[in-house]
Design a protein around this ligand. Sequence first.
Ligand code: COA
Length: 361
Amino acid sequence: MPVATSPTACCRVSMPEIDRLLSADRRGLELLYRRTSGIEAADAIRLRWDWLRRNPANTSGEPLYWIVREGPTIIAASALMPVRVGLRGLEAEGAWSIDPLVVGERQRRGLGEALLRHWDRQSGVALGGALSEGTRYLLRERLRWPKPVTLPCVVKPLSRRALRQPSWPAPVNQLVSALTLPFVRVVARARPLREQVEVVRRFDPAVDALWERVAPRLDLAVKRNAAYLNWRFVEPPHVRYAVAVLRRDDETHGYAVYRHVREPQGRATQIVDFLADPEDERGLKTLLRWIDREARAEDSDKIRCHVQHTGFRRVLRRSGYFVVKSAVELYVKVNAVDVPADFHGEPDRWHFTLGDGLLDQ
Ligand SMILES: CC(C)(COP(=O)(O)OP(=O)(O)OC[C@H]1O[C@@H](n2cnc3c(N)ncnc32)[C@H](O)[C@@H]1OP(=O)(O)O)[C@@H](O)C(=O)NCCC(=O)NCCS
């Protein structure tokens, strides 16, 4: 009696050889992007190449890619963003990954899985966000990764247009706007700043001391020192952020990174990243009041923030923010140190925001 095999099982590549991308491979990688994701994606990589190369956590002269070759052609690749990661005051190397790219005619032969395994094995802390259904399936079912956590989202309404939904008909949106206006006016009322906040063009080294103070209070967070913050939020060629810093005497006690965006139903201000001591409610509230002013000056209808840490989220809620549904899932696996069995399911003291990885592009 013939043995049934799945059509893909017979074609599975046994153990593909995975190499690190070299400078000579750059054209081949651009070609892979063109073939898998289109010309725009290939152009985006060209635009970001030098920036990716300058990542302070990068250990070689080229952006970090693991690739699979077939003769002279690159047939699969995984793009990683190396970072330093803080674990309650300890430090480890880590890497964010997006979906592996696999050329159409070589998909479903185990290449994506092999690249994901390689990233997992090579990373002290492996971090993934905004992953495709296929990648999520492989991490969960084949690599047996811990369950993902949702990165919660909070929103503060500022105008009558704040609660509009693109999926609702215009009369419904108008009715909701009219009914909620008195409530929005109360939530959005201006409050005094009380402390000194400055807009800066670059982070100065004083922010390193803030990270050193705060890191032991966070169970898990990407290391936010001046080198990383300038690279991630000041130097990208594809997006502009504003940076505000909370100063007390000559010390930095917090910062916020934000940008204003136009959306189908109006304007929004996105808090992309921030840091303060989780115990320093006054400091974070001051930064939030600063952003209120900036958002009003830009005529934003709402302010949005993605924030994992429960303590930070509590301060946001006390500042007029409401929890809304979030579609952002984070896949996290700590390999560098032994963590308690429930670590991956207890993200209350993790600090992740939309500024992490390439969630905000
Ligand atoms: C997830 C991904 C990396 C998988 O790469 P791959 O080499 O084809 O996958 P593997 O052979 O290692 O693993 C195959 C398994 O992954 C899962 N899988 C792969 N693609 C999937 C998809 N689109 N939806 C759901 N599951 C998927 C399936 O379980 C599959 O097992 P099966 O073939 O027995 O059904 C890749 O398909 C993907 O989604 N990449 C997104 C980016 C990309 O490549 N875009 C190009 C579009 S053409």
